[in-house]
Design a protein around this ligand. Structure first.
Ligand code: FAD
Length: 287
């Protein structure tokens, strides 16, 4: 099923997972998917590193198992900056053969140690290419605070419009900790005639290291309220985890009240956290 169709019927709840590290057992990921299945997510998306550190076999195997063995709709992430058109075509064929019809089309982060291929410069190039290659549902990334490389949000929204015009039928945001960025972004998107469903990406922060990585990677704002919660419990891992979950639940409740079309949970491969969040918001999702 094309995940963009889900939004016509309900408020969507989806999870993001990543393939295991080379040192981890693959079985662990399947135990996790099995635990997440109990929460009845509308889809699970599987990340893929632009740096090519993971083999794309893992992406197929996991995305395909999510769909075919666990009966959950799956989305394959596809960052294109270091791939050729031929490689992407092969991946698309493999997706089709595994029954995967939903692709999150991304540029990927620029890596100073890797010279990019020149076949795709922006995610919009990939979206046009996928659109011409077959009947896939294409999802794109968006940034409530603006993408880290972009000088201003207006330019970023224009570039986002290009992705939608090229064929993206659904958007997922980068994580954010202040919902006001999301509401303001949603208004700007509507003014720019971006009329596809936008899912809010929420990451429950459960340890201090995670926060440092997030800021370095995507430069999102850490509001005062968030920082005081994190600082208060930084030396108590259990309390920090519980406070991180409570903060994410608080964000989600507010988003639902404000009519968000979907919540995409960055699960960090942690089914315990996914369960805790789900149990707190489950009844709200249907109202
Ligand atoms: P683009 O849409 O190409 O935008 C990148 C920058 O270029 C922006 O600043 C934009 O304003 C600008 N731009 C776009 N088009 C043009 C144009 N025509 N002319 C000039 N400037 C332009 N990365 C991974 O490696 N693997 C993953 O699995 C992954 N999953 C993600 C999931 C989500 C939900 C999100 C939000 C991000 C994910 N990322 C992932 C990170 C993503 O690859 C990076 O944020 C990357 O830097 C930008 O990707 P993009 O697809 O948004 O790029």
């Amino acid at each position: 099923m094309k995940t963009s169709e889900l939004f016509k019927m309900k408020r969507v709840l989806s999870f993001e997972i990543f393939p295991p590290k080379r040192t981890d057992s693959v079985d662990k990921i399947y135990d996790m998917v099995s635990a997440m299945k109990e929460l009845n997510p509308d889809f699970i998306s599987v990340t893929y590193g632009a740096g090519g550190s993971e083999s794309n076999a893992e992406l197929y195997n996991i995305a395909s198992a999510v769909k075919n063995d666990y009966g959950i709709e799956s989305v394959a992430h596809l960052p294109c900056i270091n791939l050729t058109k031929m490689e992407v075509r092969k991946m698309l064929d493999d997706f089709k053969n595994s029954g995967i019809e939903n692709i999150l089309a991304l540029r990927g982060d620029l890596n100073p140690d890797i010279t990019p291929q020149n076949d795709f410069r922006h995610a919009s190039d990939l979206i046009s290419f996928i659109k011409e290659s077959g009947d896939y549902n294409i999802i794109a990334a968006c940034y409530p605070e603006g993408h880290i490389e972009c000088q201003n949000i207006v330019e970023d929204i224009r570039n986002l419009k290009c992705k939608v015009d090229a064929g993206a039928s659904q958007l997922i945001t980068q994580l954010f900790f202040d919902n006001n960025y999301f509401y303001s972004f949603r208004e700007k998107a509507a003014i720019a005639n971006i009329n596809v469903p936008i899912e809010a990406g929420i990451m429950p922060v459960t340890n201090k290291k995670q926060i440092e990585r997030i800021v370095a990677l995507c430069g999102v704002d850490l509001p005062k309220k968030f920082l005081s919660v994190m600082n208060r419990y930084e030396n108590n891992p259990e309390a920090l985890r519980d406070a991180g979950i409570a903060y994410a639940v608080d964000q989600i409740v507010d988003l639902i009240v404000q009519g968000v079309e979907g919540i995409h949970l960055y699960t960090m491969n942690n089914p315990y956290v996914a369960h805790r969040i789900y149990n707190s918001i489950n009844t709200l999702l249907v109202t």
